[in-house]
Design a protein around this ligand. Sequence first.
Ligand SMILES: NC(=O)c1ccc[n+]([C@@H]2O[C@H](COP(=O)([O-])OP(=O)(O)OC[C@H]3O[C@@H](n4cnc5c(N)ncnc54)[C@H](O)[C@@H]3O)[C@@H](O)[C@H]2O)c1
Length: 425
Amino acid sequence: MSHTPLASPTGRLGVLMPGMGAVATTTMAGVMLARRGLGLPIGSLTQMGTMLLRRDAPAEVALRDAVPLAGLDQIAFGGWDLFPDDALASATNADVLSEKHLGLVAEELRAVKPMTAVFYPEYVRRLHGTHVKKAPSKAHMVAAVRDDVRRFLRDEGCDRAVAVWCGSTEVYREASAVHESVERFEDGLRHNSPEISNSQIYAWALVQEGVPIANGSPGLTLDFPAMYELARLRGVPLAGKDFKTGQTLMKTMIAPGLKARRLGLRGWYSTNILGNRDGEVLDDPDSFRTKEVSKLGVLESILPKDGHPELYGDVTHRVRIDYYPPRGDQKEGWDNVDLFGWLNYPMQMKINFLCRDSILAAPIVLDLALLLDLAHRAGMTGMQDWLGFYFKSPMAPAGTAAEHDLFVQQVRLHDALRRIAREAA
Ligand SMILES: NC(=O)c1ccc[n+]([C@@H]2O[C@H](COP(=O)([O-])OP(=O)(O)OC[C@H]3O[C@@H](n4cnc5c(N)ncnc54)[C@H](O)[C@@H]3O)[C@@H](O)[C@H]2O)c1
């Protein structure tokens, strides 16, 4: 952390989103409505959260009074997509917000036009975009995105930016040799390595430009040694991955409760239907695999086998997602939980969550943007594991286990904000 006091920011903050689909446009419209007093930013800790300034303080204060965050009216939105629709057309197509809501901010949304996308289709096989960049190599693609960022900052009069990857889930890939160091990655870019994904090209360009980035999808986008090295070199904070919304949010609320009461678990079966473009992309087994890996880690971490073999030693955990177009963005999740109590007597719990995916994701995007900007101004670089609260697959420093318990994550988030608040003072 830096040792100069942290002042309230004055300039405009660019919030850049590669992927201007349902989540991105719901975030944009919500912020535009909230800053005009036409809607409440419910679910956002930066706007509605409170915290103790000291753990033993007598009363909580508003989080935005505790630390110097950018204000909603200082935000300028930008993004990229492989379809040319502006934010109004894309939000209309996503069908998350009502016409009444979109109508109130239609002009502002129409003005957010996507920049052309970096798109190697083998990473998202279900989409066929037309609004894409052409360049002879992946290194040229990085250069083109860097130009986009500079042009955006100049045109919008912003003095800094943050980014949140809101693009589609890419096919499952593990890190390979090209991801090991900055040198190898740069070499891979020049030689068009097939191991380098679209989202990694954006992330590389953004970090090179000194723009902090969070990853809302479950892929490898930021989570590899070369990216950590680059982030340290460029003094940029990173956070990820996969927004914790719907079913996993519930799981990480309920599992800590079972553990707190020392109730046992035999199995947890989760299934979902969703019909938005995200669902269509996840219909590809390789994209689903990325999501499945992200969703499965949660229970084992909260209910460790070794800690209580008699309670959690033999748990069957299954996750399914089905693409079902009639449902649109209004996902439905069913959970069947087989638990047991006193003298091993079995019980069942059924959870039917009729959630709205993007309504739960939008406040996360806003919080991540404002908190990453705060972290950047506070001189924090590299992986920000205190932001794990917002993610299904929180990134953790090498050799340490990621924390999934929502309540422990909340304590860590508040602890980090208290440290920043002390610096700010
Ligand atoms: N909504 C949720 O609750 C939630 C939760 C966790 C994670 N996520 C993740 O957030 C992401 C966005 O979700 P969504 O519901 O908005 O999906 P969406 O399909 O509505 O939007 C994704 C957009 O990304 C665009 N895109 C794909 N590849 C791109 C590229 N290379 N460059 C630029 N644009 C690209 C697509 O054209 C699309 O418009 C997905 O990865 C999803 O898995 C969403």
